[in-house]
Design a protein around this ligand. Sequence first.
Ligand code: HGY
Ligand code: MN
Ligand code: MN
Length: 443
Amino acid sequence: MTLTAQVVHLPEVEPWRLACLGMVAHDRRLTDTSTRIDVKRVLGRLDELARVGAIPDTTGVARLALSDDDRAGRDLVVSWMRDLDLDVRVDAIGNVAGVWGGREPDLPPVMCGSHIDTVKTGGRLDGAYGVLAGLEVIESLIGRGVRPRRPIAVAFFTDEEGARYAPDMLGSLVYVGGMTVESARDVVGNDGTVLGDELDRIGYAGSLPCPMIVPHAFVELHIEQGPVLEAEGFTIGAVTGVQGISWQEITFTGQSNHAGTTPMAMRHDAGYVAARVATYVREMVSRVGGVQVGTVGAIELQPSLVNVVAARAKITVDLRNTDDDVLREAERDLARFVERAASEEGVKVESRKLARFEPVRFEDRLVDLVETSALAFDYKVRRIPSGAGHDAQMLARLCPAAMIFVPSHDGLSHNVAEHTDPDDLAAGINVLFDVLVQLAEEP
Ligand code: HGY
Ligand code: MN
Ligand code: MN
């Protein structure tokens, strides 16, 4: 799919904002030829990065964390950082930041960024858009010869998806001290590999400690990955926070037996219990109602043969809610059912927590900044909580953090058909640019 490339003029912006950009002539507009965000450049980079781990016959990508494709994607983005002479830094868990110095280079930078690893059925925008948009903001400022007071850094964090190594947002969690580098390196993936070995293998085990930079503020531009903005006709989402996330892996151990000769009353069918739990999740979630969501994304049976009663079954359960009390009650409710269903079938059960993050609220001041900036561009903007997890929710433990959303077509994500209209992509970059520059001018 070739996205229509287009150059976007930045609309009229208040003269004071030009002044904070160090523009000499107050009446100079950002719309003159040397000062626009070049969306064609970003779309071209999104296309080029999407060729790394491209899923044949689709516009999707698969760059699982620390895979060869992840390495190739990292190398490509780092090469673009080096082309801009950014100070490229890599920390001990493989988080990468490119720093561009400000007029006062010793001040803590304003940081932006996201991730470039994807799920197996990934779209080309999830994560990559926020990283390449940050690179574009820096390149655009360099191109116009404007140096804000503070340095600006653009980062990508290791294993945001958690699709190979749980939890999700692993790299940014380690970045902010929520998990030690050692324990992260010891994580065993769902493919049996060890995170630290893969990090070493792809050559991204850096020497810098976490956090290598304590930002003045962090701003993440991301696609909404849901249906709200498009359905309600908004261009920008000023993200108020991220909902709570609960991931667990549940293993049932029964007894393999002959599918034909074993009377039903004598069975200890792990597959049957797993199926009961999977349907219970859906029933429970509809009973809880509101914004509660629940997903059984993975089911594995062993030996997974047509004529053998399953000896083992392993499922994953992803529960989320903006209200942590409701989420905890849903977790307890599910645990009670799992115990009951397993004991009724004479099956053993073992649950392993893969991720548990409480809801996060972003700092009002920054949410206001995103909203005000969008309005200054005459974009339709609304406040919106994030259904997906993001690195910004981790950075919020370290510094003021905010997110900017743009619409996802048909609300699709973690799907190869993920798409956002180029005009909306450009709008998000304009707002990111404006918010970063304002933050970078703060004393
Ligand atoms: O799972 C999530 O919400 C994110 O895609 N890591
Ligand atoms: Mn993402
Ligand atoms: Mn994702």
